[in-house]
Design a protein around this ligand. Sequence first.
Ligand SMILES: *[C@@H]1O[C@H](CO)[C@@H](O)[C@H](O)[C@H]1NC(C)=O
Ligand SMILES: [Cu+2]
Length: 229
Amino acid sequence: MKFLSAFAPLALLQAVSAHYIFPSINNSGNWQYVRQTVNHQHTGPIENVYSDLMTCYELSPGRGPSGVMNVQAGSSVTVNSSPTIFHPGPSIAYLARVPAGQSASTWDGKGAVWFKIWQDNAIISGGGITWPTMNQNSVSVPLPRCLENGQYLLRFEHIALHSASNAGGAQLYLSCAQINVQGGSGGYRPAGMLSFPGAYSPNDPGLLINIYWPVPTSYTPPGGRVGSC
Ligand SMILES: *[C@@H]1O[C@H](CO)[C@@H](O)[C@H](O)[C@H]1NC(C)=O
Ligand SMILES: [Cu+2]
């Protein structure tokens, strides 16, 4: 790897730097609270939405770091991107509550356990479409104030749509952070419970779309609606 990084042609370095990872939350240490991903070095995306890696893109599935960040319901978690989120497309945040008797560090997050808590909405104007999280190196994810207290996996995903006009062309960048929610009032109502893999299909209108021409007049991300208090 030393040889590669010292002598890789510039073009390769540029290709690599067009991708990104989400290695930390709230500017903590890399992989301190976030499960280390398969792409931690090459930073490349998942393109097969049926891949088992869609759960958390984990290098060592079900074996996260020991860190679980205490967070307040009603506050935000900042997801750090390294480098910047270069590609156009939506960011989405899902939560899965760690079952009783399990730990956020070791639970595998499998099954219909995920629900959407946030997404950023497309901005369509001036003959183009863009997203608020594009070109950002951190994204603030609001945590609903009515969450149940307890441990969760926070699955943050960015879907890059620059090559999405063919099925399987959307690029998924994602990480799971381990959090412990405190101060929640309870009663959150998920819009639906999802599995990863399982929630997405390559033909979902939010994944199979030409964002350049004709410019879409609306955009709906995959994974259904955001729940509510
Ligand atoms: C994380 O950062 C957000 C700002 O995006 C802040 O509101 C929140 O309190 C921070 N959480 C912790 C646990 O430091
Ligand atoms: Cu890229």
